[in-house]
Design a protein around this ligand. Structure first.
Ligand code: PMV
Length: 334
């Protein structure tokens, strides 16, 4: 039972995935990325977060009605401490999450979660609920979460910070380009090494990390231009390089970070084959074995068949550019 005549605030957000990848922080504590990134915010699956103020010493965190594990709870509390500090409040929240994708599976679930939570907490505590402020706050939960706050084709560029504020913004709206994104789910289990630890290890031990950082801005600019020109082949070439260079840097860490599973490589192979047969499409892979395949709307069925035939695919989700955090229903004092 919510305490203190509390009001409920609900927000929703969807995952985003990067065409030009972010991998590595310039400042761990302040959650500032070392490289610019360009992503697509999807139209689903939506993660819904509802928060209530409660009379309790600590925040309570549930996922589909069950308490979450200790790591997730601690991470949520650390994030809410940042929001409390900004709002100059002390109270605790109950955070209820439903829907979306399983946490820590390389499906950008943390991005959708922190984007929605940043909006719901901002509404609860009277913080600025503009896109910039919510995106900047979401970044403190997970850098990529900043990019799930705006919709469509989204940029997060550390060179665009204004003082302490670093927010993502929509570079092109979702309707700019009729693309589909197929997410081939290979293994929905949690990943071995989370992205924060993985990028730290890459920065500290991979001899390829400096080269990755150095080449990332050029790839980012190429991706941005290709999106502007709706140039699928150009975007595919730059986005696949961003993906493979990120994984090359991670693979060269010690101990190595191997996020790709055999089925991941099988799907990549299938995408290359589809392309050589004339189907416009390209792949990208984040810190997990899932493969995202981008193609024009009219190629969805051909691509779906191609990646299913590769084997080892649990299921294929099909989404479009869209999203941005939203309030699905009116909420207020009861
Ligand atoms: O912000 P995090 O900790 O979820 O890191 C995301 C890193 C990648 O997904 C691998 C790349 C990206 O830019 O989203």
């Amino acid at each position: 039972v919510p305490g203190r005549g509390s009001s409920a605030h609900t927000a929703e957000a969807a995952p985003n995935f990067a065409l030009a990848k972010y991998w590595g922080k310039a400042d761990d504590a302040a959650m500032v990325p070392a490289v610019p990134s360009l992503s697509i915010t999807l139209d689903g699956p939506l993660t819904r977060v509802t928060v209530h103020e409660i009379d309790a010493a600590e925040d309570e965190v549930t996922l589909d009605g069950e308490p979450v594990d200790e790591r997730w709870r601690a991470r949520t509390r650390r994030f809410l401490d940042v929001a409390r500090c900004r709002a100059r409040v002390r109270g605790s929240l109950r955070v209820e999450t439903t829907g979306g994708v399983p946490p820590a599976a390389g499906l950008a679930s943390s991005a959708a979660y922190f984007a929605a939570l940043a909006r719901a907490a901002s509404e609860t505590w009277g913080l600025d609920t503009g896109t910039d402020a919510v995106s900047d706050l979401a970044r403190r939960g997970s850098v990529s979460a900043a990019r799930s706050v705006p919709a469509g084709f989204v940029v997060l560029d550390p060179d665009h910070a204004r003082g302490d504020v670093l927010a993502a913004h929509t570079a092109f709206p979702a309707r700019h380009w009729d693309l589909a994104v197929l997410v081939a789910v290979v293994d929905p289990g949690p990943k071995e090494v989370g992205s924060s630890d993985g990028m730290k290890r890459t920065r500290e031990t991979s001899p390829y990390y400096p080269a990755w950082v150095e080449s990332s801005r050029e790839l980012f600019e190429r991706c941005l231009r290709a999106v502007e020109d709706r140039d699928l082949a150009g975007l595919g070439a730059a986005a696949e390089s961003s993906c493979t260079r990120m994984h090359a840097a991670a693979l060269a860490a010690e101990p190595p970070l191997l996020y790709l599973a055999p089925a991941t490589l099988g799907i990549i192979d299938a995408v290359r084959r589809l392309r050589s047969e004339g189907t416009g499409c390209f792949y990208t892979v984040d810190a997990g074995p899932q493969v995202k395949v981008v193609c024009p709307e009219q190629e969805v069925e051909r691509v779906r068949e191609g990646i299913r035939a590769a084997g080892g695919v649990h299921r294929v989700l099909v989404h479009r550019p869209g999203g941005g955090t939203a309030r699905p229903e009116a909420s207020g004092d009861h």
